[in-house]
Design a protein around this ligand. Sequence first.
Ligand code: ADP
Ligand code: MG
Length: 210
Amino acid sequence: MTLSRDVLIRWMQLFAQSIEANKDYLTDLDSAIGDADHGANMHRGMQAVLSKLPTVAESDIGSILKTVGMTLVSTVGGASGPLYGTFFIQMASGASNKMELTLEDYINALQAGINGIVMRGKAHLQDKTMLDALQPALDALKQAAESGASLQDALEQSAAAAAAGRDATTPLLARKGRASYLGDRSIGHQDPGATSSHLLLQSLVDAVKA
Ligand code: ADP
Ligand code: MG
């Protein structure tokens, strides 16, 4: 089994829906340790992505992911726009001219996307950022692939690891982004970006199952 273009498009549609359903929740999380705009930022970005998807309906996966990334960069203010934008643009880099992604292709794309976030945001693990959901998700994905899991099982394990990583941000002291301005007062709150990153990976599971 592979990830087809249709699955990729469905992924973005389901992520947009999930962001819409969790918009107030993400904003509440960001109001505790940020400026209460993460839900609105992501919603604005994903609505713009939705309106762009028809233009890439016939395109290869690289073009789809690149369009998503450029749209997020140009429509989302705040830290998360450039970070998610870079994530998708870097994911696209190995997928140009591909009409489907194998599990191995997807692992390489996720690795490239995470590298892009780290290059741009300079976060380390446990800085209380989206990286704390994404990196464990990648590790779980690799482990699942090595043990011969199916694509769907590997994606499910990856999303579960992202959820655990998201939960594990709560006791952390923020060292990057606005939350870091709070110092010790950032402790005890779940990171909004790690929360939306889990929604992203869960949406892919849902897209594969649909
Ligand atoms: P802003 O902080 O500019 O208001 P958002 O509220 O949309 O932007 O996004 C905040 C999220 O961005 C944080 O919860 C965190 O996960 C993520 N983030 C912030 N800075 C970084 C960084 N340097 N590297 C990775 N992720 C970051
Ligand atoms: Mg914010």
